[in-house]
Design a protein around this ligand. Structure first.
Ligand code: NAG
Ligand code: NAG
Ligand code: NAG
Length: 384
């Protein structure tokens, strides 16, 4: 009897200490250190019950950031390669923070793949940029084999989400090894940086108001709801692009043209950077408005929960002013480089397991050694 009691209490102590170890390992330096999840006892029946290993199809929409544009920067090497070098206007989609699938790339696509390697949709490798400006997108530059379900368009504005869905939906239906009707899908959408910049550019300024942005986003979400079954849409917030201006001002790293410290390529890519402080603070006002629009969409669809569709809002209060310069692509000092892509993959992933109320409201500060969250058996992608 006594022996049994001792054994029982030993077991309790042992279980408790195991639990402690598991908790201590909730964050790891790399996803490969995260323990795999034991198989589920019953499959998910609605999108509020999804774990990473339930995701069979991963997709993404957005702009040049999601496309991984210029992520590798310019390799100065011996003699230096110029901005005119074709590798400078390349999209490194295989390393895109949201959906890249290159070996060992630190991306949400690969984090999901760690839990279930049968996931389909990650983008691979690199190719010449698919340039898009306002209404016009040069879709001919798409490479379906490499892009897979990364529908992002470099230069894309919220108004182009429609074009992205025109590519994404048929492409998803054609994917081998999936069941379009029954497989669970995760679609990440992040857009708004070009919209902020275009607020200083005629004739686009009228297309990037908060109302227009919100309308385009809602139309995209509504279409996904109608046309794609069993899906979780992750709306990732807009961040203040204006901070890039001060971060990069006068920096040799940004390869100023003609040795003029103010002649950095980002001044052309972001029209507002050619104007005054007011133009840039107006960008912040817009970005805040876009986020309010996303929150409204989230709240609207939360009231329409179903067994086949859900929306999540993931704030992206990223403090760009605190980035190390080498976090930016030295090609133009406008696009994030590989380090920032890797960091964003981790902070966004980490918050996917938190309900809105527990997501930190403070700004995210870049950390080279940011840890990645290892979900436990009971964790779910939260939509509440
Ligand atoms: C272009 O850039 C790539 C990668 O940075 C480099 O390997 C190559 O040598 C460059 N080519 C020229 C002509 O500079
Ligand atoms: C991966 O997902 C598929 C279908 O979504 C499922 O049948 C399979 O059991 C999962 N594998 C793992 C290791 O979880
Ligand atoms: C953007 O800037 C505005 C104005 O400075 C600030 O109120 C807001 O919190 C910032 N938002 C993000 C997401 O960084």
């Amino acid at each position: 009897m006594l022996q049994n009691k001792i054994i029982a209490s030993l077991m309790v102590a042992l279980t408790a200490s195991m639990q402690f170890t598991v908790n201590a390992q909730q964050f790891a330096s790399s996803i490969s250190e995260c323990p795999k999840l034991p198989g589920r006892t019953s499959p998910p029946t609605n999108p509020r019950d999804l774990r990473p290993d339930d995701i069979k199809v991963i997709a993404a929409m957005g702009d040049s950031i999601m496309a991984g544009f210029a992520l590798e920067g310019v390799n100065d090497g011996k003699g230096g390669s110029s901005i005119l070098n074709i590798s400078s206007i390349t999209e490194y989609r295989g390393q895109s923070w949201g959906i890249g699938g290159d070996d060992n790339a630190i991306t949400i696509g690969n984090f999901v793949n760690h839990y279930n390697s049968s996931v389909e949709g990650r983008s691979k490798g690199s190719h010449l940029a698919t340039i898009c400006h306002g209404g016009l997108c040069l879709d001919a530059f798409r490479n379906q084999k490499k892009d897979v379900l990364n529908a992002a368009l470099s230069g894309g504005l919220a108004m182009n989400l429609k074009d992205e869905l025109d590519y994404l939906i048929p492409r998803m239906k054609k994917l081998p090894n999936i069941n379009f009707e029954t497989d669970w899908k995760l679609i990440t959408i992040q857009i708004g940086s070009n919209d902020q910049c275009a607020s200083c550019l005629n004739p686009f300024s009228g297309e990037v108001t908060v109302d227009k942005y919100s309308g385009y986003l809602e139309a995209a979400v509504e279409r996904i709801k109608k046309e794609i079954p069993r899906v979780l849409v992750n709306l990732v917030g807009s961040f203040n692009v204006s901070a890039v201006y001060d971060l990069t001002k006068g920096q040799e790293y940004c390869r100023p043209l003609f040795n003029n410290p103010d002649a950095i390529l980002n001044r052309v890519e972001c029209s507002c950077f050619l104007f005054d402080d007011e133009a840039r603070s107006n960008m912040d006002v817009l970005s805040n408005g876009y986020n309010q629009g996303l929150i409204n969409i989230y709240n609207k669809y939360k009231d329409q929960e179903s067994d086949t569709f859900a929306v999540r809002y993931t704030p992206a209060q990223i403090d760009i002013s605190g980035f190390p310069l080498e976090g930016m692509s030295n090609m133009d000092c406008f696009h994030p480089g590989k380090l920032v892509h890797q960091w964003v993959a981790k902070i966004i992933w980490n918050s996917l397991f938190l309900p809105q109320a527990e997501i930190p409201t403070s700004m995210y500060q870049y950390k080279a050694d940011e840890k990645v969250y290892c979900p436990a058996e009971t964790d779910r992608f939260r939509v509440d």
